[in-house]
Design a protein around this ligand. Sequence first.
Ligand code: FES
Length: 142
Amino acid sequence: MAYSEKVMDHFANPRNVGEIENADGIGEVGNSKCGDIMKMYIKVDNDIITDVKFKTFGCGAAIATSSMATELIKGKPIEEALKLTNKAVMEALDGLPPVKVHCSVLAEQAIKAAVSDYYKKKGIDPEPIVGTVPECTSCSCG
Ligand code: FES
């Protein structure tokens, strides 16, 4: 199985790993295919994601995709972050081997879960904005 240089770089030097104290939103999702877990923390100011960190109990591909995903949404409006797909993250990493595609779904869903949590904390129903955050959607995992 061959990983791109970008995947190896983000796996070896993941960006934005850790927790945010007093995060405005925290999302935790599990991967139904492998049982791995991803936790995402966001700080939001004026609908802009000013900071984001993640922790994962997951494989190298999950680490690399989450690292890239956090880089792609940092400093962006929530609206844009919600449009980030696992496919876009994979493209930014120059691809993933087919058997690892399901790993990239964790980051996309964890972002959505964190944004949902942010809205819930503000007393806003997240569903019309974020939609439901299912365990696994865009791959054949479930
Ligand atoms: Fe579980 Fe990659 S094998 S996230």
